[in-house]
Design a protein around this ligand. Structure first.
Ligand code: UD1
Length: 420
């Protein structure tokens, strides 16, 4: 295992290129199970999670290779219908092979992913949607066993206690593409990653109306064909670099992101006194000398993303006054607070709220990475802090940030890896 060492408190400078979106790539790679024809997916980021999805596709009987940033998926005989615990438990995104396997093979046995440090993370909405399409669902020894002689179109409401679900929408949508008749998904997730998945499915021959909205109408077709497709830029990686620039008051150029996917963040930073400017597909920041505290509430898209909450909290730790974060997607996603305390932050948690009293400076410390985005928040804190920060278990970062240390070094940061 490796740890990431950061010598903080130095301004950054230069240019960083945003990679393809992890959360778009995972369901799109799973969607290749819907066809026997070859699919070529470009701009796939080289990450632990995308490698796990390649392994999963291979374990299901596909030939799946990554060359540069291009994934080629081809058939080599018949598909298998079992997604094993080892691959699903390391990455929840694996659960989105359930819908495609069911649509293609009329049966699937997919491990339940289990909880993780950000909360319980149930899959009831996935199962509700697939059941509505005519699937018999049983839970056997930790696996979802799903069978459907014929999937048939229906109307199903996928809103949950915490709003719409991204991967439940992906699963039900993919199953519906090959169902008989018309399926309407009400309260569908409208994240850009779901929109990207819809465009890929359309490129494969699926008929979907309402793309990008909370109401998806799918007219089932008999078969889907192969397609060539580009993944969108990763809005969470872009948001992380924007917050890193804000927190270190740096002048960095962030290239290749979709500004339109970042409005909730851009607006919040504007309220704090940081203007985020987009010129010719390059994002830069204009900093005011004194930051103003704000309140941030996470919501499904187009609201403020929960996947940027930890990174935003790091910026708030040095913002004068009292800032508040309310977590409405994962009410327990606050594991990073204890690590930020170790660096001198003043944060109090009250239920799903975090109350942050700005301090003058953070100090470097050994800290523990616990999940992907919490770890990104610690990287930002380490870059702001005086002295040396050690981030243990840095493999969490490798799940979602392509070439993180190289990209940071390219911006002049003093970061390096050491063996644990
Ligand atoms: C996806 C993202 C993840 C992001 C999350 C929320 C991928 C691979 N991961 O995860 O990075 O943090 O969206 O934007 O795309 N819920 C239920 N029942 C369900 C499913 C979800 O109650 O059946 C709840 C969850 O516990 C959570 C909320 O709904 O409170 C949203 O979760 P969901 O959108 O499903 O997250 P994922 O799709 O797993």
């Amino acid at each position: 295992m490796e740890k990431l060492i950061i010598e903080g408190n130095r301004p950054l400078k230069g240019e960083v290129e945003i990679s393809g979106s992890k959360n778009a790539a995972l369901p799109i790679m799973a969607a290749t199970l819907l066809t026997d024809e070859p699919c070529i997916i470009r701009r796939v980021p080289k990450l632990r999670d995308t490698m796990t999805m390649l392994k999963l596709l291979r374990s299901l009987g596909k030939r799946a290779e990554l060359s540069g940033h291009e994934v080629i998926v081809e058939s080599k005989g018949s598909l298998r219908h079992v997604a094993e615990y080892q691959l699903v438990s390391t990455m929840r995104g694996s659960f989105c092979v359930l819908g495609p396997l069911l649509a293609k093979l009329h049966k699937a046995r997919v491990s339940l992913p289990g909880g993780c440090v950000i909360g319980v993370r149930p899959v009831d909405l996935h199962l509700k949607g697939l059941h509505a399409l005519g699937t018999k669902i049983e839970i056997e020894n930790g696996y979802v066993v799903a069978t459907a002689k014929n999937l048939r179109g229906t109307s199903v409401y996928l809103g949950g206690v915490f709003g719409s679900s991204v991967l439940a929408t992906a699963n039900v949508l993919m199953a519906a593409t090959l169902a008989k008749g018309q399926t309407t998904i009400e309260s569908a997730a409208c994240e850009p990653e779901i929109e990207n998945l819809c465009y890929f499915l359309q490129a494969m021959g699926a008929q979907i109306d309402g793309v990008g909205s909370h109401r998806l109408v799918v007219s089932g077709v008999k078969r889907l064909h192969g397609a060539r497709f580009d993944i969108i830029p990763d809005r969470i990686e872009a948001g992380t670099y924007i917050l890193l620039a804000a927190a270190t008051r740096s002048d960095i150029r962030i290239k290749g992101a979709h500004y339109a996917h970042l409005w909730a963040l851009v607006d919040k930073l504007d309220q704090m006194g940081i203007r985020v400017i987009n010129q010719n597909n390059v994002i830069r920041l204009e900093h005011q000398w004194r930051l103003k505290p704000v309140g941030v509430t996470t919501h499904p898209y187009p609201g403020f993303p929960t996947d940027l909450q930890a990174q935003f909290m790091s910026l708030m730790t040095i913002t004068p006054g009292v800032s508040i974060i309310t977590e409405r997607v994962y009410p327990d996603r606050f594991i990073h607070i204890a690590e930020l305390h170790r660096m001198g932050a003043d944060i109090r948690r009250e239920g799903s709220n975090a109350i942050i009293q700005g301090v003058k400076v953070l100090h470097g410390a050994p800290v523990m990475a616990s999940d992907l985005r919490a770890s990104a928040g610690l990287v930002i804190a380490g870059l702001m802090a005086k002295g040396r920060t050690e981030i243990h278990r840095m493999y969490h970062l490798e799940r979602g940030y392509e070439n993180l240390d190289d990209k940071l070094m390219g911006l002049g940061a003093k970061v390096y890896r050491e063996k644990e």
